[in-house]
Ligand binder design. Structure first.
Ligand code: AMP
Ligand code: ZN
Ligand code: FE
Ligand code: FE
Length: 269
């Protein structure tokens, strides 16, 4: 295979967090979509990276870049940080994952309590993996409290809405440091979802290595804007679909990707 036809999706979620496909299913889907490389970037967990995962990827001829999407806070705003190329078993990664697990348990309970006060009883959230707002939103849909996930976020769960809860967040610099400590590279995820371009520039004053410039539902002019910013700040570029499986049916795996040179630049230490 020539390097010209190489495509790697560096942003997708498995059932280890809020995606609906298992890590192995993601590998098979990547193969089916004609991708040559993948990074599974679950929220706050590297649990997808089992021995079995690497064995299966090799069998399918897929190149793997270990990845994660950590939640962080800057001035009360949520910043998603993509970490790439770290050792998933490293102690500092384990510690950060455990912190997020406890943070989420407390936060999810607080959200459920707030919803209950409004008369929405949420039961039987998953007990395995990283559980987040999309799982709560899904339950609200199943119970008929809202029409769809979009409405659940728009009315209740979205940032700053009435049942939104923030607690025990990790700062942006602490998250970057944890990623750097284990030889990883830190990228600002989906900058267009931040409150403003100025906020993105402010966040980029921290020692990030790169910026996510290609994203599933970007228009070309969006990409150009972030590519120019990355170039002006001498940052690496990443890209991916942010595929979540059937919970976000409009986003396809491989709908955004990076080429071989970009993949290798991120992977090389
Ligand atoms: P959490 O990590 O539990 O705070 O949930 C964050 C996740 O919720 C994001 O990664 C998205 O997948 C999803 N999400 C956030 N805002 C919205 C929204 N307005 N509509 C649908 N999904 C959203
Ligand atoms: Zn998600
Ligand atoms: Fe995100
Ligand atoms: Fe994501």
């Amino acid at each position: 295979m020539s390097s010209e036809s190489f495509r790697a999706d560096l942003h997708c979620h498995s059932s280890c967090s809020d995606g609906t496909d298992s890590p192995l299913e993601l590998l098979h889907l990547a193969k089916k979509k004609g991708l040559q490389g993948i990074s599974v970037t679950d929220h706050d967990t590297l649990a997808a990276y089992t021995e079995e995962f690497f064995v299966e990827a090799k069998k399918l001829g897929l190149e793997v870049l270990v990845g994660v999407e950590f939640s962080a806070d800057h001035r009360g705003h949520s910043v998603h940080i993509l970490g790439y190329g770290m050792d998933p078993k490293a102690e500092s990664m384990q510690k950060l994952q455990e912190h997020h697990k406890r943070r989420r348990e407390k936060r999810n309970q607080a959200i459920v309590d707030k919803l209950e006060k409004k008369g929405f009883l949420i039961e039987d959230l998953p007990t395995e993996g990283v559980v987040g707002r999309p799982h709560i939103a899904q339950k609200m849909v199943e119970k008929g409290f809202v029409k769809n996930i979009r409405e659940a976020f728009h009315q209740y769960l979205g940032d700053g809405k009435s049942c939104y809860v923030v607690l025990d967040m990790v700062s942006v610099p602490d998250t970057i440091e944890a990623i750097h400590q284990v030889g990883g590279k830190a990228f600002v995820a989906h900058p267009h979802l931040q409150i403003s371009a100025n906020f993105v520039k402010e966040v980029l004053k921290f020692p990030f290595d790169g910026l996510e410039c290609y994203y599933g539902n970007f228009f070309p002019h969006h990409e150009k804007r972030w590519l120019q910013l990355a170039e002006s700040k001498k940052l690496l570029i990443s890209g991916g679909s942010d595929y979540h499986g059937s919970i976000k049916p409009n986003i396809e795996l491989g709908s955004s990707w990076v080429d071989k040179a970009t993949f290798d630049r991120i992977k090389s230490s």
